[in-house]
Design a protein around this ligand. Structure first.
Ligand code: P6P
Length: 281
């Protein structure tokens, strides 16, 4: 699996350069979930796919930006689902963005994840690899240097409340008040990767992206976004749920399925589970 991590590191350096110089305008296409694609999305996807094509242990890949699974090596062991540039529209306002990779065996389901990686493109480029533990590396002089292991405290201090204003669950606002009664700092940039990275680095809290009135099944994609971060948060002594059960146990019927999701420290996740159990009909 090391050659996959090395390939991701190489793609990160190329995508960093692309972000600094790339065309951030819209392309004329939409991706599989109906999002308008930026030229950055397509270019990032092309960088990653070209690099993965040279890694013999990869059996197949699927990108959030493409409709279908791309077979690579018949005898390969791993399947990779990736979001090449999550939150790409934030580049135009100079906020951090990221790439997300789920590494699966046998099939693209939550419980078949064997590793997960993300890259944050911000004031610094940082890369996090989760296998049995969660390790963070920083790009220094074009090399990724190990910086630290990431672990979540039992209870945190940060709240990243995605889409709470239009959550389908009428009790959601009560939940937010109940969980955050002793005061948390609001940290939400609209970029899942930097928002979840910050909670990991600052020791914990809660990131929510529940189902909404217009998207009751949530906005964030299972294979490319939710499962990799769920794997990472569980390996960092935290949890990830859909409101009722482990996010990694959510059933996938189509590769572009979404799911409501909550990522965080144990104390906060316990409260979300309690409120949903008591209120959701
Ligand atoms: P909203 C970015 O488009 C993204 O997919 C995630 O990175 C982010 O957490 C979410 O959407 C933001 O969604 O509805 O708050 O703009």
């Amino acid at each position: 699996m090391t050659e996959i991590f090395d390939a991701i590191k190489k793609s990160a350096i190329d995508i960093k350069n692309l972000i600094e110089t790339g065309d951030t305008s819209k392309s004329t296409n939409e991706n599989s979930t109906g999002d308008t694609q930026l030229k950055l999305d397509i270019a990032s996807d092309e960088i990653i796919e070209a690099i993965f094509k040279n890694v013999s242990c990869i059996k197949a890949i699927v990108s959030e930006e493409q409709e279908k699974i791309v077979p690579l090596n018949e005898n390969g062991k791993y399947l990779i689902a990736y979001d090449p540039l999550d939150g790409s529209s934030l580049v135009d306002v100079n906020l951090s963005v990221g790439s997300i990779f789920g590494i699966y065996e046998n099939d693209f389901t939550g419980n078949n994840l064997v590793a997960a990686v993300y890259v944050v493109y911000g004031p610094r480029v940082e890369l996090v690899i989760a296998t049995d533990d969660v390790k963070m590396y920083r790009l220094i002089n074009n090399e990724f240097k190990f910086m630290q292991e990431l672990k979540l405290n039992e209870k945190g201090k940060l709240n990243a409340p995605g889409s709470t204003q239009n959550c389908w669950a009428p009790f959601h606002k009560k939940m937010i008040d109940e969980i955050f009664e002793d005061g948390y700092r609001l940290r939400y940039s609209g970029g899942m990767v930097p928002d979840l990275h910050q909670i990991l680095l600052k020791g914990g809290g809660l990131f929510s992206y529940p189902g909404t009135t217009d998207r009751p099944k949530g906005k964030l994609r299972q294979l490319f976004e939710v499962f990799p971060f769920a794997y990472i948060y569980e390996k960092a002594n935290g949890q990830a749920i859909d409101g009722f059960k482990r996010a990694l146990e959510v059933e996938t019927t189509h590769i572009h399925d979404t799911t409501p999701c909550f990522f965080g420290s144990n104390e906060e996740i316990k409260k979300v589970l309690k409120v949903y159990k008591e209120n959701a009909k």
